[in-house]
Design a protein around this ligand. Structure first.
Ligand SMILES: [Zn+2]
Length: 350
């Protein structure tokens, strides 16, 4: 039985883009007993090395720490707040939700999102956040100021103990959990590569930390872990990225192509191990794999994603079996990434 208590801690941490400190603390604490070196990029991404004496190609698994959320943009005379959104949040999804507001000094408040407009006409400007204050002065006395952050307030839970895990921040704390599990489970292995876990910042506002951390690290191979909205099996939607049918490898997204030799290598490992994978296309978005791939003279990169339900909402849901299969796949991929395999990924250099 897999222990998901660390995932619950990660999921419950308050960490929208640029305000990842609570997540970084959980990540660094979990790494403290396994990583040989921990460093940071200038924006606050964590770069953890498994074994400082390791040889072989530099392999980085990347997952972003930030979640979608809001910044307080205006405190109105009537005590209601207006917000600026961090990442792709549909106002129709945000309305009627409960938020957790965090002040500069770490105090937390509940905010309820409401609007007078019909859901079909909503923009982010039509949302008001109610903290129970009747005037601007009351909000200021609570210690809330313009620029404070807010996230959905949901706590991590298992849906009727079905193995379907639900939280506000599975995008991408599930990737962070996988990265930490890889560090922990591979710590006593004799790896053929120099393995790193990168927990990046500000992915939801334009894949920022994925660029800066990879610039600093300059690995040979990048595996980006993220999530994407699952589809249902139907004649119109096709059969890719189906919830509960295994992790996905991204052939192409809006900003990057999966490195073809790497895509094939990961697919071959999955086949050898009997792990089901889905070859996917993300037409509407990208991941940290975009900027990571274009660092230096170019790096072999691939996004490995998990199908989720209700992405960028208060209740994002992931299937536990998809998660454990993804972990197993990554463990096998990393333990096979040696110099010979690296040469196969870059055939044009030989
Ligand atoms: Zn994500």
């Amino acid at each position: 039985m897999t222990d998901f208590s660390l995932l619950a801690q990660l999921n419950n941490a308050h960490g929208p883009s640029g305000r990842e400190e609570e997540v970084r603390k959980v990540v660094c604490e979990a790494l403290s007993s396994v990583a040989d070196e921990i460093s940071f990029d200038g924006l606050g991404s964590v770069i953890a090395r498994l074994n400082r004496h390791a040889t072989g190609p530099k392999v980085a698994v990347v997952a972003h720490m930030d979640e979608v959320g809001f910044l307080i943009r205006e405190i109105r005379p009537d005590g209601l707040l207006k917000v600026f959104k961090l990442g792709g949040i549909d106002p129709a999804v945000a309305v009627n939700s409960e938020l957790e507001i965090k002040t500069r000094h770490g105090k937390k408040y509940t905010g309820l999102v409401w609007s007078n407009k019909p859901v079909t006409e909503l923009t982010i400007d039509d949302l008001w956040v109610d903290v129970g204050a009747t005037c601007q002065q009351e909000v200021i006395e609570m210690g809330i100021e313009i620029g404070d952050s807010a996230v959905f307030a949901t706590r991590h839970f298992d849906l009727n103990n079905s193995g379907n895990l639900v939280a506000k921040a599975l995008d991408d704390r599930i990737g962070c959990w996988l990265g930490l599990e890889l560090m922990r489970t591979l710590a006593d292995k004799n790896l053929p590569c120099d393995f790193y876990f990168v927990a990046s910042v500000q992915e939801e506002v334009g894949t920022k930390g994925g660029k800066t951390a990879i610039e600093q690290l300059r690995p040979d191979v990048v595996l980006v872990l993220d999530v994407a909205t699952a589809k249902h099996v139907s004649p119109s939607s096709g059969s890719q990225r189906v919830y509960g049918q295994g992790p996905c490898v991204v052939v192409a997204d809006k900003i990057a192509l999966g490195h073809y030799p790497l895509l094939n290598f990961v697919s071959d490992v999955a086949k050898e191990q009997g792990i089901p994978i889905q070859r996917d296309f993300l037409a509407g978005g990208g991941t940290d794999n975009g900027p990571a791939t274009l660092v230096g003279s170019g790096i072999a990169g691939l996004a490995v994603t998990l199908p989720v339900r209700n992405c960028h909402s208060a209740y994002t849901q992931v299937n536990q079996q998809d998660v454990t299969q993804c972990l197993c796949l990554l463990q096998h991929v990393i333990t096979q990434l040696d110099e010979t395999q690296k040469a196969r990924l870059y055939p044009y250099y030989s």
